[in-house]
Design a protein around this ligand. Structure first.
Ligand SMILES: [Zn+2]
Ligand SMILES: [Zn+2]
Length: 345
């Protein structure tokens, strides 16, 4: 089978790997869609020296979605032909967080933790072996592309918005309109909230507007904190959400929340400093960190998309076959896209 590996410094290689053979607890997933996520840009850009031994690298991609082609001897729940989303982590399977579906939070120090797309082959491959416990069955009317989006970006937005308890009473401000931010716009609009977005790329602002956000602020032209206050009687938004991971928007996420407001962070990496007294304590803020989602939430977000007829496919703007992954990453990195997918015919 073929797989894409990240060599570092934006170099990809389409490599031939041996056909995967399932262990007793694994299934072979034939890939149909594999999303590009903002966090893939870190290993994509990493210096070659930090990319790892190129002979040992695994196929990238942590949003795998496809169909089961083969099952191991001890697999009883899943069967050949099932359509599944891969939750891209595996823990011990028995600690309380694994049992709660949060295998990424596994607390067993002796467990060998797997990350599909890093320690094991991920979605940018024709077929991969996956533990059956990492597979989530898809609802009938969810497309493979939508399933791949749910596997990280869209599922992350869903869980964060649930933490924030965004409702129709809220003005909800979102920093960043990449795949997570665009998904948050969709969910925010679906709850009836008034959605304001902050995004420097015109293409993404236009896409957000077409999904129903009320105002799309360009932070390169307008101070977003002042703009959000102006739109909220000087108070600030009820709920704010950072999908950028960049210090300035992170600070603005705090600053544009109202007194007794809620703020959530999902954008990863780096460090940011906050004025704790002025911007957090004295504003009585509630702050959430949210890291992807559990297998249970992954099943829930998949059903939500179908049941609420969420137009999730509209955020998927670019599709490429595996052999053009290089092009897919180049355009995704430019920011001139919504969600980008590797797809199989
Ligand atoms: Zn565990
Ligand atoms: Zn991700």
């Amino acid at each position: 089978m073929r797989g894409i590996i990240f060599l570092g410094e934006k170099q990809l290689e389409l490599r031939e790997f041996p056909e995967p053979i399932p262990s007793s607890s694994e299934v072979i997933v034939e890939m149909h869609a594999s999303g590009l996520c903002g966090s893939d840009l870190r290993p994509y850009r990493t210096p070659k020296i930090e990319a790892g031994d190129p002979t040992q690298l695994k196929a990238a991609g942590h949003e795998p979605c496809g169909q089961i082609k083969e099952i191991g001897s001890e697999v009883h729940y899943l069967k050949v032909g099932d359509r599944v989303i891969v939750h891209h982590y595996l823990g011990c399977g028995y600690c309380k967080w694994c049992l709660a579906g949060y295998s990424q939070l596994c607390i067993d120090p002796n467990a060998k933790k797997l990350y599909y797309g890093r320690t094991n082959h991920g979605g940018h491959a024709d077929r991969i072996a996956v533990n059956e416990n990492a597979c989530v069955l898809m609802p009938e009317h969810l497309s493979y592309e939508e399933g791949a989006a749910c596997a990280c970006g869209t599922g992350t937005a869903y869980d964060a918005i649930r933490r924030l308890a965004v409702s129709g009473r809220d003005t909800f401000a979102i920093y960043g309109q990449g795949p997570v931010g665009l998904s948050a716009t969709l969910f925010g609009v679906a709850t009836g909230a008034r959605v304001l977005v902050v995004e420097p790329v015109a293409y993404r602002r236009e896409l957000a507007k077409s999904l129903g956000c009320e105002v799309a602020i360009n932070p390169l032209e307008t101070n977003p904190v002042e703009a959000i206050k102006e739109l909220t009687h000087g108070e600030g938004a009820d709920a704010t959400f950072d999908c950028t991971g960049i210090p300035e928007p992170r600070n603005n996420t705090i600053k544009s929340a109202r007194i007794f407001g809620r703020a959530c962070f999902v954008g990863e990496g780096g460090q940011t400093s906050f004025d704790i007294s002025r911007d957090i304590i004295h504003k009585q803020l509630t702050i959430y960190g949210s890291w992807t989602m559990s297998t249970i939430d992954l099943a829930e977000v998949s059903n939500y998309v179908v049941d609420h007829k969420l137009p999730l496919s509209r955020i998927i703007t670019h599709r490429f076959p595996l052999e053009r992954a290089d092009e897919a990453y180049r355009i995704f990195e430019s920011g001139q896209t919504g969600k980008v997918m590797i797809v199989w015919p």
